[in-house]
Design a protein around this ligand. Structure first.
Ligand code: AMP
Ligand code: MG
Length: 437
């Protein structure tokens, strides 16, 4: 049995003509083997942003390495606070100064204080720092009100950020700016990451013009090539741009085989709807192990998914093919809902890093018509007012070809499969896409 047939047979209630969004996600979870990429490489930190860690990073030492001061002020033994009933004034002799980067080596006695800078090592036996703004200095004596602080205040503990021997970052995490900083704080100039996922893409359709071509009646410029490029680049994929492919079986077959050889995954747009006059579906079926669906969603109904072998040799592997609908908004929505999580898994992300970002709850300012029995993704603009739930208004014309709605909106209002119409003031789920698309 083919892989696609196997997965379909195992899915309860699988109906390619009316597949739910959940059904698509379940199918893809089986089709897309996590971490097919075993190849790893070491890259300098400046090149590691967005890359996926190929191994756990264990902290070789404590960060910070010593107990240290969180403030500019005076370190002292906090026992003196316990000894003095508040309100009262503490008065301590200042024995010297500890600068950041150099530990105080001199002797200290209990009734003394040490002038200390932020980040400087706490002297042994001293556990509290009074910030300098609370202090009056009088010769070599420092005075401050006893009720200004409690014992242990303004001291940072060794290892409170990263503990020696514990994992600082986990295999399958995508490196964020914070992750880069964390690796740097461990003194690591490089990260061991999974090879970048290679994704090839092309657009199809005889009515589609490439940029630079003269306009002609009935034709539109190829916008999908650019949105898909942007979506993949944001994800940190290596892109293989195969441009615009003519609606001709030989050209389509050549493009698809070439894409499978050169990439781990392939994204096409257009030509997958039922009753298409063009050849895309036929060529996909001929070359790959494919499923063709009508997904119960809006926008983005037609979709094809499958595996295209990398050449004839057994064991050469296969590229995962996502045949997306042609409509420009449908391309983006199906990418966000299905392709992005699948690619993240292919990239080697662990489950939490491959999961879609958490949805936001927002109050719809207006009514939204919605039929139960399909999932709708409406473009919305979320705004926030202090002290209230965020508000969302539907952004512009919701046609699946109206790309300007994706520019106007900052999130997709997700109206779930069983959900009906929304009344003004009702709460809805929003998949925020600022910074993602
Ligand atoms: P299809 O899925 O091929 O039936 O295409 C659906 C709609 O999307 C048609 O109106 C196409 O003109 C449009 N379309 C398909 N591909 C592109 C593209 N690359 N850029 C812009 N519009 C497209
Ligand atoms: Mg078409």
């Amino acid at each position: 049995m083919s892989r696609v047939a196997e997965i379909s047979a195992a899915l309860a209630g699988y109906d390619p003509k009316a597949l739910s969004v959940d059904g698509v996600q379940a199918f893809l979870a089986s089709l897309v083997e996590p971490a097919i990429l075993r190849e790893r490489e070491r890259v300098p930190l400046f090149e590691a942003l967005g890359r996926v860690l190929a191994e756990d990073v264990i902290s070789p030492f404590n960060v910070p390495p010593h107990d240290n001061s969180a403030m500019d002020g005076f370190a002292f033994d906090g026992a003196v606070l316990d000894a003095l009933p508040a309100p009262g004034e503490i008065s301590l002799r200042v024995a010297g100064t500890a600068l950041a980067g150099a530990a105080w080596r001199g002797a200290l006695s209990k009734g003394e204080a040490l002038k200390i800078m932020t980040g400087a090592v706490m002297p042994a036996g001293f556990d509290t720092v009074v910030p300098q703004e609370f202090c009056r200095i009088d010769g070599d004596t420092v005075r401050f009100p006893a009720d200004a602080l409690r014992r242990g205040d303004n001291r940072r503990f060794a290892g409170e950020d990263l503990m020696q021997g514990r994992p600082a970052l986990l295999q399958g995490e995508r490196l964020t700016p914070a992750g880069l900083g964390l690796l740097a704080s461990l003194g690591q100039a490089e990260a061991c990451v999974v090879r970048r996922l290679r994704v090839a893409y092309f657009s199809t359709g005889d009515e589609i013009l490439s940029l630079g071509e003269a306009p002609r009646e009935g034709a539109v410029y190829d916008s999908n090539r650019y949105t898909v490029f942007g979506l993949l680049t944001r994800l940190g994929c290596e892109v293989v741009d195969l441009g615009m492919v003519r609606d001709d079986p030989a050209a389509l077959a050549a493009a698809l085989s070439d894409a499978a050889l050169r990439a781990d995954a392939i994204i096409t747009s257009g030509g997958v709807s039922v009753g298409e006059a063009d050849h895309t579906r036929a060529v996909m079926r001929q070359l790959g192990d494919m499923a063709f669906w009508r997904v119960a969603m809006r926008p983005g109904r037609p979709m094809a998914v499958g595996l295209v072998p990398k050449g004839d040799g057994a064991g050469a592997g296969a590229a995962v093919l996502f045949g997306l609908p042609g409509n420009p908004v449908a391309v983006m929505v199906t990418f966000l809902a299905f392709v992005r999580p699948a690619l993240l898994r292919l990239m080697g992300c662990n489950a939490s890093n491959a999961a879609p970002p958490p949805m936001l709850r927002a109050r719809s300012v207006a009514s939204i018509r919605k039929k139960p029995g399909r999932t709708e993704y409406q473009r919305g603009r979320v705004t926030c007012t202090p002290g209230a739930l965020p508000e969302v208004r539907i952004a512009g014309n919701q046609g699946s070809g109206v790309l300007s709605s994706m520019v106007e909106g900052n999130g997709l209002v997700v109206l779930h499969h069983a959900q009906g119409s929304v009344a003004p003031g009702d709460e809805v789920d929003v998949m925020m896409f600022d910074g993602v698309v």
